[in-house]
Write a protein that binds this ligand. Structure first.
Ligand code: GUN
Ligand code: ZN
Length: 435
């Protein structure tokens, strides 16, 4: 058996702080000890309580001035869009045609997919993201490339091949039958390997015919362990186009609902312009939303209301939406989510933001029995955050009087330099240069 212990400040979430009684949602130990055995958490608590009981010979790694947290979960990200990050001057529909579709066409080339998948996963780890729900491209090989790279790193990742049988350039569309065959083959090959999961992945209602949407619903129903992921109600022109394409649908959500695509394992990216009625129906179905504040600001999509989503009872997680989003950092997303709240007159509590970036994401991906916090028995996916990673961070965190203030400072001032180490199942998977 392998056993390591890490002494640092420890923080994880046990529940949604907007719903749980005060003080019960999080667990924080300013001088804590995390014990890892064979890749799983064996103990999480105060150093004073745990040090005595440590098995003889256990190495204790001392990490003063550091904060250990669970790995972040990115609930919505596109690995083939690394090269369209920071595209200037367009909103969603133009952005797709001008920047994104040309970039995704390059993934017909397996070597390009392999190289980008490796770069992408290393960016996730450098930013402290240990799990993600990922869009690949329409090409089956793009999924093999990502899953092979994730398997080699032993990451807990969920991903899928994009289904798209209309309104996209030649070379970037499939058909109902090829989409079904590729999806079924990928599920067959990848299900249960390593820490991987599959998501039936529809780009959005604009790029799939009724027949393809129905096929996706059938495939999801035939494989109850897979997720469903797509985009919804992100941009006003997109919503108008969906209304034009599906004149009989009650609203955007109804397009997905009528094809059996709305259930507890469905994750809808954006939901920026969703009504209370749609959010309540999503919540009743047990579906989750991925709030992507950086992308929503950069693409001018709109201001998601977390308050509205919470009031409707919907599980909401955070997504970078790279390449619409401008960063891989979930710390940065916590800060962007706060800024969106400011523009709506809502103050996002820093612990709530941290919940969105960890346990809420794990719940959305249905992996919260394995990751999302550091409760004993879970897989030891965690980070070591350096509160003094830069002179400014050192100066500002030293002045922070509460945990909430420290977290907020990190969300506004930190980036991947603050992620000193990232561990996957107890194994060091990333170490910041010079750390
Ligand atoms: N809607 C449909 N496709 C996409 C995409 O690739 N990115 C974003 N942000 N929205 C989409
Ligand atoms: Zn997206």
């Amino acid at each position: 058996m392998s056993r390591q212990a890490y002494r640092a400040a420890l923080l994880h979430m046990l529940d949604d702080p907007s719903r749980a009684p005060a003080g019960e949602a999080s667990s924080y130990h300013p001088d804590g000890l995390l014990v890892v055995e064979d890749g799983h958490v064996a103990a999480f608590g105060a150093y004073a309580d745990l040090a005595q009981g440590l098995a003889g010979g256990t190495e204790v790694i001392e990490l003063p001035g550091r904060l250990i947290t669970p790995g972040f979960v990115d609930a919505h990200v596109h690995y083939p869009q690394v090269d369209v990050m920071a595209a200037w001057g367009t909103q969603l529909l133009d952005w797709l045609h001008t920047h994104t579709f040309p970039a995704e066409q390059a993934f017909a080339d397996r070597a390009h997919a392999d190289a980008t998948a490796a770069f992408f996963l290393d960016q996730l780890l450098a930013n402290g993201t240990t799990s993600a729900l990922v869009f690949c491209t329409v090409h089956k090989g793009s999924v093999d490339a990502l899953f092979e790279a994730a398997l080699a790193r032993d990451m807990r990742l969920v991903a899928g091949k994009v289904l798209m049988d209309r309104a996209a350039p030649a070379g970037l569309t499939d058909t109902v039958e090829s989409g079904r065959a590729d999806t079924e083959a990928l599920i067959r090959v990848w299900r249960g390997r390593g820490r991987l999961g599959y998501a039936v992945t529809l780009r959005f209602a604009v790029t799939s015919t009724d027949t393809q949407l129905a096929m996706a619903g059938e495939v999801a129903a035939a494989h109850p362990d897979v997720l469903v992921q797509t985009h919804m109600s992100e941009n006003l022109d997109e919503i108008a186009e969906v209304a034009r394409l599906f004149p009989d649908a009650r609203d955007y959500l109804d397009v997905y609902d009528r094809f059996g695509l709305v259930g507890p394992r469905s994750v809808f990216a954006h939901c920026v312009h969703s009504t209370d009625d749609a959010l309540t129906r999503l919540a009743r179905a047990g579906a989750s939303a991925a709030f992507c504040p950086s992308s929503n600001l950069l693409l001018g999509s709109g201001l998601f209301s977390l308050k509205q989503a919470c009031a409707c009872g919907m599980n909401t997680a955070l997504g970078t939406d790279v390449g619409g989003g401008g960063s891989f950092s979930l710390l940065h997303m916590m800060g962007e989510a706060y800024k969106v709240g400011q523009l709506r007159g809502d103050n996002l509590d820093p612990l709530h933001a941290f919940y969105l970036a960890t346990l809420a994401g794990a719940k959305a991906l249905h992996i919260d029995d394995k990751v999302g916090n550091l409760v004993p028995g879970k897989e030891a996916d965690f980070l070591v955050l350096d509160l003094a990673a830069t002179p400014l961070l050192a100066r500002r965190t030293a002045k922070a009087k509460t945990l909430a203030e420290t977290l907020f400072v990190l969300s506004i001032l930190a980036d991947d330099r603050a992620v000193e180490r990232t561990y996957l199942a107890g194994r060091l998977a990333h170490r910041r240069d010079g750390a």
